[in-house]
Design a protein around this ligand. Structure first.
Ligand code: COA
Length: 260
């Protein structure tokens, strides 16, 4: 599918989705959000996709937030609807049955930081800066950021970042658990693609079930999490991929997973 504000490139089983509005530092306007939703719906349906990378166009910015031009005239009802819609779209990314890696190439602010947090794994360039600066505009994070940031970095740090609106460098984001890896700018896409390829080489049903169980690990319902984990474990026991994986182990060879 062709998009106006997204570049979608497929390399084997790995798809890279690039937010492409560099003139406004890849800010997320309504049109781009709708395209992200449509794109991730397509990715969900495509059995040929085993891993997704999300990044921003240009060297300066991953995504510098929601498009402030579209935010300024909304009323209470419109604001709440915008927030619910943004949350729903990022939930589609979080719940995609395939792994999603954010390659954070610059500013990841506001909705950009929220988009990165909806991805499974965050790799940042040394030059990246992250933050939730919404309070500077008199608003709060509205695309799930209050919840995801708190889970990633804990109550105190989440409050510090959201209350102060201050940006932090990639290394500090790494130290507090907001990003998982920091690399030089020229290594960013290579590192993300290497990790995507490693994960894409595993059984897709195993990755999908691991993701599903991990995603509810912090729901506060550990019992439910264990049940989902057990259910996924059972599902996998009847797959060809599990038989292949275990056979390959004993035969001391690389497994060939087929997704069945
Ligand atoms: N929405 C709409 N436009 C944005 C934007 C956003 N979130 N972020 C940046 N832009 C636009 C700027 O208005 C500017 O447009 P112009 O060239 O027509 O003036 C262009 O992108 C470049 O940004 P600029 O501010 O000139 O770059 P900078 O290097 O001086 O500063 C930032 C970079 C990221 C620090 C700054 O753009 C910024 O603070 N952006 C807003 C971040 C934010 O509050 N996000 C949360 C939104 S809820």
């Amino acid at each position: 599918m062709e998009y106006k504000n997204l570049l979608v490139e497929k390399d084997g089983t790995i798809v890279t989705v690039t937010i492409n509005r560099p003139k406004v530092l890849n800010a997320l306007n309504d049109e781009t959000m709708a395209e992200l939703e449509a794109c991730f719906e397509e990715l969900e349906k495509d059995d040929g996709v085993r891993a997704v990378i999300v990044t921003g166009s240009g060297e300066k910015s991953f995504v510098a937030g929601a498009d402030i031009g579209e935010l300024k005239d909304q009323d209470r009802k419109g604001g709440e609807e915008r927030s619910l819609r943004g949350q729903a779209i990022l939930l589609k990314i979080e719940n995609l049955s395939k792994p999603v890696i954010a390659a954070i190439n610059g500013y990841a602010l506001g909705g950009g930081c929220e988009l990165a947090m909806a991805c499974d794994i965050r790799i940042a360039s040394e030059t990246a800066k992250l933050g939730q600066p919404e309070v500077n505009l008199g608003i709060i994070p509205g695309y799930g950021g209050t919840q995801r940031l708190t889970r990633l970095v804990g109550l105190g740090k989440a409050k510090e970042l959201i209350f102060t609106g201050e940006m932090i460098h990639a290394q500090e984001a790494h130290r507090i658990g907001l990003v998982d890896k920091v690399v030089s700018p020229d290594q960013l896409m290579e590192t993300a693609k290497k990790m995507a390829k490693t994960i894409a080489g595993k059984g897709p049903i195993a990755i999908a079930n691991a993701k599903k169980a991990i995603n509810i690990a912090l729901d506060g319902n550990v019992k439910k999490g264990r049940e989902v984990e057990a259910e996924g474990f059972g599902v996998l026991c009847e797959t060809e991929d599990m038989k292949e994986g275990m056979a390959a182990f004993f035969e001391k060879r690389e497994p060939k997973f087929v997704g069945k």
